[in-house]
Design a protein around this ligand. Structure first.
Ligand code: MG
Ligand code: MG
Length: 619
């Protein structure tokens, strides 16, 4: 398959788009008509520009409202096509994509459409050109790929083929099985797009919400399985209309575009084939947990944060031999506090202030992950040998924080080698990191989703909207299959929401809360009280509502109420949550106890966001 991308996917002028597309590694490009119409250079100059960037124009598109027109519109359609054929030869492409007619003037009829397309293709073929016909999901008469295929089949012209576009197929929930009946060599073009599952008209959904494969919720794997069965080996192209992509850096999005195609095409290959081709993505075991979380702090924040950690049962267990770096621990949770000058942490601190600057992910197959990262085009950061002796490779994560790949099979050598351990005994109320919630600008959520999914093979939950008193917050969970590692991605367009305020405080994205697991939330709550740790308050109405909702005993409700503990249940079990107050208006700890429960307490998000909004007001 030839990887390609439509110019409509990116922001900028046609020149900038071409540059970004070539730089990302593409060799094929679809020129979208509007980009050409608004281009200020000549066609020969454009052709040279494309050649200089090593790009082949695989398709010119779209040609609209052609088939089934009454006269004089029919003749005008042919005249328009002649002009496009000339233009195509000047820019050096042989394939024109025609999408099904959306004009109310169009007359239906499969036979009539086939005849029109045959006649048009005859003209094209005389000039050595080909035509690919696509069923738009909002086409007036043709909106189903099975009908567009029937039209192509009946026209029966060797230069006329079919375009399959995943968005149009999925947006009408058309069955996929008929794809296998189409010969692969009659499919001239495949356009891939992912999208979130939304209930809206296909046109608005398509024009604003498409995203790169791996960022949305369509079952592209099922599509790929059928496509492979046809023997298709032609242009495999991204056609994404997305408001955020059109408003942000084309270079960043072009890189994501390329890796999304690599992921899409190779992840869905049967595994027997993957083993035989060296270019393919190695299958790698998912991460198995969070080995450490590293905070970047200045001197005064160091004091405040370590004081706060002490009050939640953490102990300063080790100090770096040469750097201003401390290791705080409780159970299997390691928190690194970094105030070393000239470090990545301090550079991160300069940009974002007090924040989490790195996460250490426990990875069972680090070499496999490094190879996978390279093939997906993610840059690997090796520690600076001058300053860093830990030797752990990292990937820059979606928030700009580093994601260290810690060897899960041998996780401790760097701690023992680099740190001096102290004779202290931490408490054991908390055992492990349950999940980390981050806030991100909306467009970074898609980048983050692609990274966690394509590199770490984490699964994405459907995104949900959480009501904050001052706006809506979108939240999506990325987790590994056994949920030993989970990150939630929260974003909002509403600046005054808790998420919006935290985002502006970090000047970008950052951690919102770190959830830590306990096996006895009531014992923990009592300990926190003894320590004078301030926890997030909860309204009395919350508990009045909770009792009948889950049929909880009066004693349990009283206990929850006393300690400000939130409660939820799913079909697998129950869940307790206790939040600290926001630290420096930025983040807090969440303490959770699970009894079979598999979620992250989304039904309690509204009360949490409301209470946190109140905290921010009071600070
Ligand atoms: Mg399309
Ligand atoms: Mg949470």
């Amino acid at each position: 398959m030839q990887y390609s991308i439509a110019t409509v996917c990116l922001s900028g002028t046609l020149r900038q788009k071409i540059e970004a597309i070539a730089k990302a590694g593409f060799q094929g490009i679809e020129i979208f008509e509007n980009d050409l119409i608004t281009h200020d250079g000549s066609l020969s100059e454009l052709r040279k520009l494309l050649a200089d960037h090593g790009l082949k124009v695989l398709v010119y598109q779209p040609f609209r409202d052609f088939e089934g027109m009454p006269e004089p519109l029919r003749s005008r359609g042919f005249a328009r096509a002649e002009q496009k054929f000339e233009l195509m030869q000047e820019i050096g492409t042989d394939l024109l994509m025609i999408c099904s007619n959306v004009s109310p003037k169009a007359i239906g009829g499969i036979q009539r459409a086939a005849e029109d397309l045959f006649e048009l293709t005859e003209l094209a073929a005389k000039q050595g050109l080909r035509v690919a016909y696509e069923a738009l999901s909002w086409g007036q008469h043709v909106n189903d790929y099975r009908d567009s295929w029937e039209i192509v089949r009946r026209a029966n012209h060797p230069s006329l083929g079919l375009t399959l576009d995943t968005f149009h197929i999925f947006s009408r929930q058309t069955e996929l099985d008929s794809i296998v009946n189409i010969p692969g060599d009659r499919i001239f073009l495949v356009q891939v797009a992912d999208a979130p599952q939304l209930t809206m008209d296909p046109l608005s959904w398509s024009r604003h919400h498409r995203c790169f494969p791996g960022q949305g919720e369509l079952d592209l794997q099922a599509f790929m399985e059928r496509l492979r069965a046809t023997g298709f080996d032609g242009p495999f192209s991204l056609e994404i209309f997305n408001d955020q992509f059109r408003a942000s850096d084309p270079f960043r999005h072009a890189r994501d575009a390329y890796r999304s195609l690599v992921y899409m095409a190779q992840e869905t290959e049967p595994s027997s084939k993957v083993m035989t081709k060296s270019r393919d993505l190695p299958k790698v075991a998912q991460p198995t947990g969070m080995d450490f979380i590293e905070f970047a702090v200045d001197e005064s924040e160091h004091q405040q944060l370590t004081g706060f950690l002490q009050k939640t049962g953490f102990a300063h267990v080790a100090t770096h031999k040469v750097k201003q770096v401390e290791l705080w621990q409780q159970g299997g949770i390691r928190l690194v506090i970094n105030r070393e000058s000239q470090s990545f942490a301090q550079r991160y601190h300069t940009e974002h202030g007090l924040s989490v600057c790195a996460y250490g992910l426990s990875c069972p197959d680090v070499p496999g992950l490094l190879e996978r990262a390279t093939k997906l085009g993610y840059q690997i950061e090796y520690a600076d040998p001058e300053h860093d002796t830990h030797g752990i490779a990292a990937i820059t994560g979606p928030t700009g924080a580093l994601l260290y790949l810690v060897d899960a099979n041998d996780p401790s050598p760097h701690w023992e080698r680099e740190f001096i351990y102290h004779a202290v005994d931490p408490n054991s109320y908390l055992s492990r990191v349950d999940h980390v919630a981050t806030t991100l600008p909306l467009d970074q959520v898609l980048e983050a989703t692609l990274l966690y999914r394509s590199l770490f093979q984490m699964q994405a939950s459907p995104s949900v909207s959480l009501p904050d008193p001052l706006g809506l917050v979108k939240s999506q969970v990325m987790e590994v299959t056994d949920r030993s590692l989970a990150m939630t991605l929260n974003s909002t367009l509403a600046e005054k929401t808790v998420v919006g305020q935290i985002q502006s405080r970090y000047r970008g994205s950052g951690v919102n809360h770190i959830a830590l697991e306990t096996s006895d939330i009531f014992a923990l709550a009592k300990y926190l009280e003894q320590q004078g740790t301030e926890v997030m308050e909860v309204t009395g109405h919350y508990y009045d509502d909770l009792a009948p909702r889950f049929g909880l005993s009066a004693e349990l409700i009283a206990q929850l109420r006393t300690h400000h503990i939130l409660y939820d249940e799913d079909e697998h079990g129950c869940f307790y949550q206790l939040y600290t107050r926001l630290f420096e208006k930025r983040f807090c700890f969440e303490f959770v106890q699970r009894a079979g429960y598999r979620g992250y307490g989304a039904p309690n998000a509204q009360i949490r966001l409301t209470m946190q909004a109140r905290e921010l007001e009071q600070m």
